[in-house]
Design a protein around this ligand. Structure first.
Ligand code: ADP
Length: 718
């Protein structure tokens, strides 16, 4: 696995990020402005005015004055041939400066220092006089209800616990997008298809596709085999590894596909110990490398539960909660041996399991007990000299990459459930990332929960055999903050005000992303709420991660050829149309071969996904077909370059509409424009045009292309 220092330039995130543990206090501490990241700071001045290309001395002097207070973002508008107006947003201060150039080339300030917050407050005040409070339908909130109620109260919003006949602004669902049917407006806290996408098999598949394209970037997910279909590969590979080196004795963890809370999980050391059947039915699941050397605290294994908000799919907006939870095992850890494989309190960190151990410690303190805040753990590690900024930036990278892996399929679900042109809500979702730190401090992704528990009470035995729910201060501290601040970010009034501010600061179609610091402060017009505990990481780190969004571009092609609204699968005719339109057939690849390719891939995938809603070619099968076509066409290149080349070819045949974030029809932000620029994954990334280290033969048989075992030993032994 890659060490921390590698490739920092390429994909590292700003190590000046505020780290949860960097404050001694267990509660979330306010951010320091980062100041170094271009995507979140200044935009280059748009060169429109004549005098602009040769700024006078006055200009330079004035700009550096501003810069001494903070950096600036600026945009300009031609007023006439000679003069133009300039708006500067002063970084870190939220102030707007407006200046006008005179025909002699000098600037005069025409409107100084109107603070964004002031404007926001004025507008908010005007609006508040006219408007009702934000309404939230909590009738389907289930176990998140308590935390949600507290959040709504803190925000002074209005709750509808039994639902409402007229539309609400926000619908809070406990399980899925479909908990309430027929929502035609507002916002729902779940994306269609998220549950399906984050099941263990689908997540493993999505990450594997990314591992094929970007093996080094996606080495944070343990090697996994899908059961039952990859049972043979699994056994063959393990035997090969053992034959090669008899001292290697890896352990594997077996997880049922739809399982949660540790249900049905077990460890094995020999493939023959796999339990493949339930009655006459083959068990669906994943068998995965077991991380044998986790980081221990107090000799106990623990994992991190991190809350991540996907605020929007298009444009992609990701936030990470600065505070999370850590869940501790209740039996001291030992490396797996045949004797201790069944000791769940030693190997599995699930709260739901360990709470039943006699050693479980319920603690009101955030830094002791079997469930602690993430900041308290990081603070403790920092005290031991661990570079927690590096750990935190690695965790941010892991989160962004994982979201990038699942977004393509989510886009397919989204357009099927909320077809373009039909009334529907917009979506956002809080996800629960389970992350293990290895002994060498590298974070490993265990799984992503589409419905992380938002309970703020825990079960306690108050008398022998009598269990009751009692408040859990650690859960409340973290979860109420996450829900409340998610609501603050999704606030429709705030979005409205943002568009007002955009009007003030948008000139010549240049949108100025609001300074993060300003955004965070300005969330709270009343001044009674703490600063946001959710931190934007994408598009903030757009530049570092955008090149990974290749499969999303394949998904954009796929969606374009789906045709019928609500469809998720390509029929044979649509596949042919795709081949024809993109001019991919020819004398050495006839339409008859195209049909055979379609039938072959679709048949195998329909076996692999027996619960699929419709017949036809799903996205994963299409991606496989695309890889095959790319390998045929660009034989001499490595896979990633093959795919980029074919994408460019197809996109050039289709015109601009196929750009990932240009499809207005798929927008999750239909209601209101956003304060970020349109993002289109770069077409010509220099990293992609450099030769990949592993050259892959462009085999004519696509079936052998998908499965590419990595060195097992390198990944098991850490
Ligand atoms: P579930 O959804 O049932 O909780 P997880 O994938 O989260 O399933 O696994 C349960 C627990 O097993 C995790 O919390 C972690 O402690 C442990 N675990 C899971 N995968 C691994 C792994 N690859 N290596 C080491 N421990 C693991």
């Amino acid at each position: 696995m890659k060490s921390f220092g590698e490739d920092e330039e390429k994909e590292g995130v700003d190590t000046e990020e505020q780290v949860p543990g960097s404050s001694p206090s267990a509660s979330v501490s306010p951010d320091h402005p980062t100041g170094t990241d271009a995507s979140s700071t200044s935009l280059p001045c748009k060169q429109t005015g004549k005098s602009r290309s040769k700024p006078g001395r006055e200009d330079k002097r004035h700009t550096s004055d501003v810069a001494s207070q903070g950096s600036v973002v600026s945009s300009e508008k031609n007023l006439n041939r000679l003069g133009y107006e300039r708006t500067l947003q002063v970084k870190g201060t939220g102030k707007i400066l407006q200046r006008k150039s005179e025909p002699n080339g000098n600037y005069v300030t025409i409107h100084t220092s109107k603070n964004i917050e002031e404007m926001r407050r004025e507008e908010g005040f005007k609006l508040a006089k006219k408007r009702r409070p934000v309404t939230v339908d909590t009738s389907k909130a289930k176990t998140s209800l308590e935390a949600l109620k507290i959040s709504i109260k803190q925000l002074k919003w209005k709750e509808f616990p039994l639902g409402r006949r007229t539309a609400c602004d926000i619908y809070w669902h406990g399980v899925s997008f479909h908990d309430n049917e027929n929502i035609v407006s507002g916002q729902v806290n779940k994306f269609p298809g998220m549950i399906e996408m984050l099941r263990k098999i689908n997540l493993s598949r999505a990450v594997r596709t990314m591992q094929e394209l970007f093996p080094e970037e996606y080495d944070f997910y343990p090697r996994s085999w899908i059961l039952p279909e990859e049972y043979q590969q699994f056994t063959t590979q393990i035997h090969m590894v053992k034959e090669k080196d008899a001292t290697v004795n890896p352990t594997f963890i077996v997880k049922p596909d739809g399982g949660s809370q540790g249900d049905g999980i077990y460890l094995i050391r020999d493939p023959s110990d796999l339990k493949l059947m339930t009655g006459s039915q083959a068990k669906q699941g994943v068998v995965q490398e077991y991380i044998q050397k986790p980081l221990l605290i107090d000799k106990l294994k623990f994992d991190i539960r991190l809350y991540v908000l996907i605020k929007s799919l298009e444009p992609l907006e990701i936030y990470i909660a600065k505070e999370g939870l850590t869940r501790f095992c209740t039996e001291p850890y030992q490396e797996p041996s045949q004797k201790n494989l069944s000791h769940v309190f030693m190997h599995l960190t699930n709260y739901s399991l360990n709470v039943h151990s006699g050693n479980f410690v319920h603690s009101d303190s955030q830094s002791t007990g079997s469930k602690r805040t993430l900041s308290s753990v990081l603070y403790r590690l920092a005290a031991k000299g661990v570079d927690i900024k590096r750990v935190w930036s690695d965790i941010i990278a892991l989160v962004i990459k994982t979201v990038i892996a699942v977004v393509p399929e989510l886009r397919v679900y989204y357009q099927a459930d909320i077809p373009p042109g039909k009334p529907g809500p917009t979506c956002f979702q809080i996800l629960g990332f389970d992350i293990l730190l290895m002994k060498n401090l590298k974070p490993v992704l265990l799984e992503v929960n589409s419905n992380p528990s938002m309970r703020i009470e825990h079960e306690q035995e108050v008398a022998p055999g009598v269990f009751e729910y009692v408040p859990s201060p650690v859960d409340e501290e973290v979860k109420v903050g996450v829900i409340r601040d998610t609501l603050r970010l999704m606030d429709p009034v705030k979005a409205y005000l943002d568009t007002k501010i955009m009007k003030w600061s948008t000139i010549s179609h240049v949108l100025i992303p609001m300074e993060e610091e300003t955004q965070e402060k300005s969330q709270d017009e009343t001044g009674t709420l703490p600063s946001l505990c959710l931190k934007q990481v994408y598009p903030k780190y757009f530049k570092q991660f955008n090149y990974l969004r290749l499969v999303e571009r394949i998904a954009a092609l796929f969606i374009r050829f789906l045709g019928v609204k609500g469809n998720m699968r390509l029929g044979p005719t649509a596949f042919r149309t795709f081949i024809r339109t993109c001019k991919l057939s020819g004398s050495n690849f006839t339409m008859a071969s195209v049909d055979i390719l379609y039938i072959d891939i679709t048949r195998r995938w329909s076996g692999a996904t027996p619960d699929s809603r419709e017949a036809g070619m799903g996205l994963q099968a299409f991606v496989e077909a695309f890889f095959y076509l790319a390998a045929r066409r660009f034989k001499s290149l490595a896979l990633r370059e093959q795919v980029v080349s074919l994408l460019e070819l197809c996109e050039s045949q289709l015109g601009p509409q196929s750009g990932v974030e240009e499809r207005r029809s798929l927008s999750c932000s239909r209601a209101l424009p956003r304060t970020v620029k349109t993002q289109t994954p770069c077409l010509a990334n220099p990293q992609l045009s450099s030769p990949a280290p592993l050259r892959r033969a462009a085999s004519q048989d696509y079936r052998h292309q998908r499965f590419k075992p990595r060195s097992l030993r390198a990944n098991v032994e850490n």
